[in-house]
Design a binder for this molecule. Sequence first.
Ligand SMILES: O=P(O)(O)OC[C@H]1O[C@@H](O)[C@H](O)[C@@H](O)[C@@H]1O
Length: 177
Amino acid sequence: MALGTEGELTLTSRIRNTNSDGKPFTFTFAYHTYFSVSDISEVRVEGLETLDYLDNLKNRERFTEQGDAITFESEIDKIYLSTPTKIAILDHEKKRTFVIRKDGLADAVVWNPWDKKSKTISDLGDEDYKHFLCVEAAAIERPITLKPGEEWKGRLELSAVPSSYSSGQLDPKKVLE
Ligand SMILES: O=P(O)(O)OC[C@H]1O[C@@H](O)[C@H](O)[C@@H](O)[C@@H]1O
């Protein structure tokens, strides 16, 4: 883990197959990162529009995301597939954007339990779901297989940047370039 000069946080994970029995090892991976937001209903995620996803709430059935940036009005647990290396979480109220950059992790899980499921999660207060969003850099659709001696490396970089508005719209160039 490294903290950069611009305040960006970099997490690097290495997984090696140390089996001495010659057997390969297969795994899926996700950085379960929780982002603090002012109000989940005011937040949008950019970078995942029009992508295919597996819906964890519908037995991982495959769908294609329609339309604009992702916004939130109910429980969500989706695995977006073949995602770009950059994803942004825009928080209008806080005028802050989280930028997620990733390597070696093709997928991205977007999760918020909303009100009903929150009540079943013991370490989550009933209203906590309003103030966080999980966007998780992941490798799920295509699990990683390592032969003995092989190593896999994944990398996640997180940064928070102030958002700017023009005519009530965020300038996407500032966020995604
Ligand atoms: O409690 P954790 O380990 O952060 O996981 C929370 C969520 O993480 C997501 O990756 C899963 O798709 C959800 O089903 C799960 O509930």
